[in-house]
Design a binder for this molecule. Structure first.
Ligand code: 5GP
Ligand code: 5GP
Length: 224
């Protein structure tokens, strides 16, 4: 049996900020992913639900379960809206070669959430439900942290705003000085817990870039 690994300790819900990613990747290149046009997301969207260990490492590709898009057909509308792929290239997966972003997340991370989550459908449904329960975009906007291409916000203020509402400390990931991801952490019963107080890749002041659509005659570049 491949990839047998000890049971994980906690979950991280990893959320991505389209305003940051879409400064690099502006193609509208797959049916479920779009950094251009009217359906480009203006809220944090889902990157994945990740089982983690308390020592800062994590399991991956835990049991051979090839992603099957048919299993999640009833979730498709929500997944396309809240869990889009913002990159053009197909992702490498553990078991089925190159595939959708969803296939990558299920095979790499989802298969390691056993025994809390035992199948593909539950992985996606559970992730959507947790995502809907905590609206990070709204939490930040209400604290005055609105998308802007000129403002810089104190990282500590962003973290505090989330702590005040979520009651646990998130992890913030930056690309240069832009917020790229915010991760919320959970015990196995999905009660909030602190993420590991380790590695933040962010400077003291960060930006939350607004999504800027390209004009139709501007050239598309994808520098991911
Ligand atoms: P990066 O090096 O870009 O932060 O992460 C690359 C990949 O490593 C991520 O897409 C994710 O699959 C995995 N990864 C990074 N950090 C974590 C983490 O804290 N927990 C888990 N489970 N995976 C992570
Ligand atoms: P990770 O291993 O970090 O969980 O997943 C990242 C992989 O998924 C990379 O191979 C990346 O190219 C691919 N990918 C496809 N769409 C997206 C997206 O919207 N966001 C991120 N972070 N990665 C994506």
């Amino acid at each position: 049996v491949e990839g047998v690994q000890r049971e994980f300790d906690y979950f991280a819900l990893s959320l991505q900020w389209p305003g940051t990613i879409c400064h690099r990747t502006r193609h509208c290149c797959s049916s479920n992913g779009c950094c251009r046009g009217s359906n480009s997301p203006t809220e944090f969207t889902i990157h994945g639900l990740w089982p983690d260990y308390n020592d800062g490492t994590w399991p991956s590709c835990c049991f051979r379960s090839q992603f099957d898009v048919k299993e999640i057909s009833t979730l498709m509308d929500a997944l396309e809206k809240y869990w889009p792929s913002l990159y053009c290239s197909k992702s490498s997966t553990c078991f089925s070669g190159k595939g959708l972003f969803w296939a990558h997340e299920w095979e790499k991370h989802g298969t390691c959430s056993f025994p809390v989550i035992r199948d593909e459908y539950s992985y996606f449904l559970t992730t959507l439900n947790v995502y809907f329960k905590y609206n990070v975009t709204k939490i930040l906007n209400e604290a005055g942290y609105v998308p802007s291409n000129s403002e810089r916000y104190p990282l500590g203020g962003i973290v505090s705003a989330i702590e005040n509402s979520f009651r646990a400390t998130p992890e913030v990931v930056c690309s240069k000085d832009s917020v790229e991801e915010i991760r919320l952490c959970f015990y196995k019963d999905f009660k909030p817990r602190n993420c590991l107080a380790s590695k933040t890749s962010c400077p003291k002041y960060v930006s939350l870039p607004a999504y800027v659509a390209l004009g139709s005659n501007e050239s598309e570049t994808d520098i991911e």
